[in-house]
Design a protein around this ligand. Structure first.
Ligand code: M6R
Length: 610
């Protein structure tokens, strides 16, 4: 999604802004722009396409300024082109603005501004903001007040930053529903939509909350609400390091993140298992665990890959805790007036912690009195802050748009939560201990699977030109089938569907022929024989089959074209292992097709619009 970075201080802001934009590229975007004040005059350069193109364009312009803002745009209103790229300026270019989010009532505001004689240069919703601010400045207000007044009239979401050439020593920034963080330095300050953009310069940050408007100069920071109430803000120290957001020698972030999973899973488990008691300790849930175990129902709400981990969570919680559990798409939950009460606990699962639909669903559930709990990766994110309690996944920054290590860490955290609740209910200490021991063995089993990378790459070579894939799994591995198919679609643009294997005969079997590869997730569990029957059905129709099977399963090789053999674990933890070959297969197919694996077309890392 769109990215924001801003700088005010003693240095030349241009390289700082361009490098900041490069750090934000992973979020997904289609145009980029920069706006600075040079000799107190505004100078805006923007274009469709990559930040590197913007960098080339400004190379010979001798830009030098100590105040500026820059933006990557992910198109919502208006096609990706130079006019629609940010910053947007007012009629005399004295004000320029960058904006993330959507102004929902922009059409009404635009009509009124057109009637007042304002001219528009873009098709965007964002442009109304700069003309509104212009109007309030003309009425005698300063920049911050004008931003406040403008934001009082808009409906929708925003993370924005504005500069005005007549007040050349300040950046005004505001947030509602679209993350924004202020970075504090020595005689310099920063603004960013994501800390990774400014991490090279400072680790001291202030998170803006919804409805807050910040005034940033080179050596001061203050904030007010849009209703002009002063607010005291807390300064946070970022623990993330620059190394964590670099590729670390890998050709793509996605491969690095797949390969990191033994360590990220270890980090998700670390310090949380109390082996002797066969239970876990989750600091984030201590205050609510008594109430959680008494709940009559659990709902897990999320989007995309996080929704898939929620589906695995449903199997885990119902099997071990015997609490009825439902999984909902956040986008559906928020609009269907869900029946929710204080007897429910609702988990909101999100890597970014900023997904607009999940955040809105959380607010709806909270308003209806449910216990709302977060499972988030990004520390200090909106969902983490707005839930009553929660557990961090500790997967570290995930930069590749296709979620990989965040998924396996979510599964680990869901397993830990299951164990916590189950031990308070019916699970014995011995069974709890067995489960915890199995969990502790998962990282080394992932290491073993990652050693199959070359073999999986060879399989990818054989299938890279297929145009459709079916992914089939049962029980705990049905959500893995969905996740495997999503990974392939996202980065290779190949059509893929995930199904519960038994559903195949109710429709998808009609698609099977020699051109339709079917990927079966077939570990040795209670439904193994059934899945072998499904494999036979595909084989009988000439379909090509890849199976994810267990290491000791020699028989399956007589039935399938290719097999990827992985270690065994208990059923509930199997998805943490079975998904890894599917991540690698999608990765290699996309690379072999020459596609941009880390920034697939049309996708954004953090979907902060509806
Ligand atoms: O940050 P979140 O986990 O809330 O994001 C949810 C989805 O947008 C995300 O999982 C998306 O589906 C990924 N591109 C999957 O790889």
């Amino acid at each position: 999604m769109c990215g924001i970075v801003g700088y005010i201080g003693d240095k030349n802001c241009v390289p700082i802004l361009i490098n900041g934009l490069k750090r934000l590229e992973y979020r997904g975007y289609d145009s980029a722009g920069i706006g600075i004040l040079q000799d107190k005059k505004s100078l805006v350069v923007k274009n469709k396409g990559k930040v590197s193109f913007l960098e080339d364009r400004i190379e010979n312009l001798s830009l030098n300024s100590n105040i500026g803002i820059a933006h990557t745009r992910w198109a919502t209103h208006g096609i990706p082109n130079e006019q629609n790229a940010h910053p947007h300026t007012n009629h005399d270019h004295s004000i320029f603005i960058i904006h993330n989010g959507i102004i929902e009532n922009y059409a009404v505001i635009k009509k009124s501004l057109l009637n007042q004689g304002y001219k528009f240069n873009s098709e965007t919703d964002s442009e109304v903001l700069v003309h509104m601010i212009d109007g309030f400045i003309k009425n005698g207000n300063d920049l911050q007040k004008s931003v406040q007044l403008a934001l009082n009239e808009v409906e929708g979401t925003y993370g924005l930053a504005v500069i005005y050439s007549n007040e050349p020593d300040k950046i005004v920034a505001a947030r509602k529903g679209s993350p924004l963080v202020v970075g504090l330095g020595d005689n310099e300050n920063f603004i960013a939509s994501d800390v990774s953009a400014i991490l090279a310069h400072t680790k001291q940050v202030v998170y803006l909350e919804d409805g807050e408007v910040a005034l940033i100069t080179k050596n001061s920071f203050s904030a007010k609400t849009i209703y002009d109430k002063e607010i005291q803000k807390e300064v946070h120290e970022i623990t993330m390091t620059l190394e964590e957001i670099d590729k670390g020698g890998y050709p793509h972030f996605m491969l690095k993140e797949i390969m990191e999973q033994p360590e990220t899973v270890r980090n998700s488990i670390r310090g949380r298992i109390v082996l002797d008691h066969g239970t876990v300790k989750l600091g984030g849930l201590i205050d609510v665990v008594d109430s959680l175990v008494e709940k009559k129902r659990i709902i897990i709400t999320a989007c995309g890959t996080s929704w898939h981990s929620g589906l695995v969570g449903e199997y885990m919680i119902e099997q071990f805790c015997r609490i009825p559990t439902e999984v909902e798409y956040a986008s559906e939950f928020r609009y269907r007036n869900p029946i929710v009460s204080k007897d429910d606990a609702i988990f909101f699962v999100s890597q970014s912690g900023e997904t607009a639909d999940t955040l809105a669903a959380l607010r709806e559930a909270k308003m209806k009195g449910a216990l709302v709990l977060g499972i988030c990766n990004v520390v200090g994110s909106s969902i983490a802050r707005e839930t009553n309690a929660g557990v961090y996944t500790h997967a570290g920054p995930e930069i590749g748009v296709a979620s990989t290590k965040a998924f396996t860490s979510q599964l680990v955290v869901l397993a830990l939560i299951t164990l916590l609740i189950a031990r308070r209910k019916n699970l014995s200490q011995v069974d709890g201990k067995n489960l915890a021991e199995e969990l502790l063995k998962i990282p080394e089993k992932i290491e073993a699977i990652l050693k199959l990378n070359d073999k999986i790459e060879q399989i990818a070579e054989k299938f890279k030109d297929s145009s459709n894939f079916l992914y089939l799994g049962r029980g705990y591995n049905f959500p893995v089938a969905l996740e495997g198919a999503l990974k392939l679609k996202e980065i290779s643009y190949i059509h893929a569907e995930g199904y519960p294997a038994a559903e195949m005969k109710h429709g998808p079997i009609a698609l099977i022929d020699e051109n339709m590869p079917a990927i079966f997730i077939a570990p040795k569990d209670s439904t193994y024989d059934k899945i072998i029957s499904n494999i036979q059905e595909v084989k009988a129709r000439g379909g090509k089959i890849i199976a994810i099977a267990n290491e000791d399963d020699d028989d399956i090789d007589n039935l399938v074209d290719f097999s990827i053999k992985i270690p065994q674990t208990i059923r509930m933890l199997m998805p943490i292992l079975t998904v890894i070959p599917l991540q690698l297969l999608a990765y290699h197919i996309a690379v072999k097709k020459g596609l941009n694996v880390d920034q697939p077309r049309n996708l954004a890392k953090s979907v902060t619009v509806e």
